[in-house]
Design a protein around this ligand. Structure first.
Ligand SMILES: *[C@@H]1O[C@H](CO)[C@@H](O)[C@H](O)[C@H]1NC(C)=O
Ligand SMILES: *[C@@H]1O[C@H](CO)[C@@H](O)[C@H](O)[C@H]1NC(C)=O
Ligand SMILES: *[C@@H]1O[C@H](CO)[C@@H](O)[C@H](O)[C@H]1NC(C)=O
Length: 335
């Protein structure tokens, strides 16, 4: 236990003044009541010392949510299963620990001259988008973004919606600059699948959410990549065309504290950066639209169906919000 303490901001209460949060919050009985209801809803159990610390974190999040929702914003915040975690703690478990080579994703997408639809939602066009999955406490978002894009590409090409193996990418894609639970990039994962005789299904290579040895069996591969299309950095208009005409698109962006508390509406943030070195999470754009003059992307996340809007979120489009146009790509399946 002592060995991990210096790393754990959440554990700092054991050894003196908390390192992350400043002063101890005075918690009201109503706030305690909300915390207990939340604990029941999310089946949380703590030791009595941990309870005290989690209560503090929860109340701090709860106050942020209420203050945000009282303001005039394009999105609402809400409680979710992460509401007893500080952002520092969440970041360590779920996001990339170091910058990925996002700027190595060199664009080869050729933008057309024809029209594309004013709005798009691949979920409504047919059976083209697999159900939302849950990465758990592993920085493997990039594998879910990758499988999501390839699952859709295969479904669009063949009518057959598969569920592909994230764990294979966690365990086996290291030679393409991917790092299992420590991060990776969809463009590099597509390259891996392209050169490694395909990817197996979720059923034959189940998800574990931790690093393990590679157990890929070529004879069991069910999806293959013929080519990888990278969209040129910061070319969000090409991303729109690609999603509108061709396929859902994998992209990376920077998750900040306010995103973690997202509940619904169009996410937009003055806090996140727009540069490729700051992106720390990968997801899948499955559509786009516009509401009251604000254009948005429809995005599939990998934090389970209880986060956001049934596992999805909307994010403002056209401003390279949080660096979302820094490294986007999609695969062409071999069918
Ligand atoms: C809320 O913000 C919108 C867009 O910035 C603005 O048009 C509207 O007037 C604001 N409403 C209030 C009540 O401040
Ligand atoms: C970025 O690319 C360089 C050169 O290929 C490589 O050595 C390095 O490990 C990569 N970094 C990450 C985080 O993948
Ligand atoms: C797409 O990006 C990946 C790395 O992110 C790179 O290995 C690959 O060569 C790129 N493809 C093209 C056609 O530039």
């Amino acid at each position: 236990m002592w060995a991990v303490l210096p790393l754990l901001c959440a554990g700092a209460w054991l050894v003196g003044p908390p390192a992350c949060d400043a002063a101890e919050l005075a918690v009201s009985s109503l706030e305690k009541f909300h915390f207990k209801s939340w604990m029941v809803q999310h089946q949380k159990k703590y030791s009595s010392e941990e309870y005290h610390h989690r209560l503090q974190v929860f109340v701090s999040n709860w106050r942020k949510i209420n203050a945000h929702n009282a303001g005039n914003h394009t999105f609402k915040m809400g409680l979710n299963e992460f509401s007893d975690m500080s952002f520092a703690e969440f970041k360590r478990k779920y996001l990339w620990s170091e910058p990925q080579n996002c700027s190595a994703t060199k664009g080869n997408y050729l933008r057309g001259t024809g029209p594309y639809p004013p709005s798009m939602d691949w979920r409504k066009k047919g059976n083209f988008v697999s159900p939302v999955k849950n990465q758990g406490g592993c920085g493997s978002c990039w594998t879910f973004s990758t499988t999501g894009a390839l699952e859709s590409a295969v479904a669009i090409a063949t009518g057959n919606l598969l569920s592909l193996a994230e764990q294979q990418l966690v365990d086996c894609a290291q030679n393409f600059n991917n790092h299992g639970c420590q991060g990776g990039l969809p463009s590099q994962a597509f390259e891996y699948i392209r050169y490694n005789r395909g990817i197996m299904g979720e059923d034959t290579y189940p998800y574990k959410g931790k690093d393990d040895d590679c157990k890929f069996q070529p004879s069991k591969a069910i999806a293959f990549v013929k080519d990888v299309v990278n969209i040129t950095m910061n070319d969000e208009a090409s991303m729109v065309e690609a999603v509108g005409l061709h396929n859902p698109v994998s992209f990376a962006f920077e998750v900040t504290n306010d995103f973690l508390l997202y509940r619904k509406g169009i996410y937009s943030s003055p806090f996140c950066h727009k540069t490729p070195d700051k992106v720390n999470h990968a997801v899948l754009a499955v559509g786009y639209g516009e509401e009251n003059g604000t254009p948005y992307w429809i995005v599939k996340n990998s934090w389970g169906t209880r986060w956001g809007m049934n596992g999805y979120f909307l994010i403002e489009r056209g401003k390279n919000m949080c660096g979302l146009a820094a490294c986007a790509s999609y695969p062409i399946p071999l069918v």
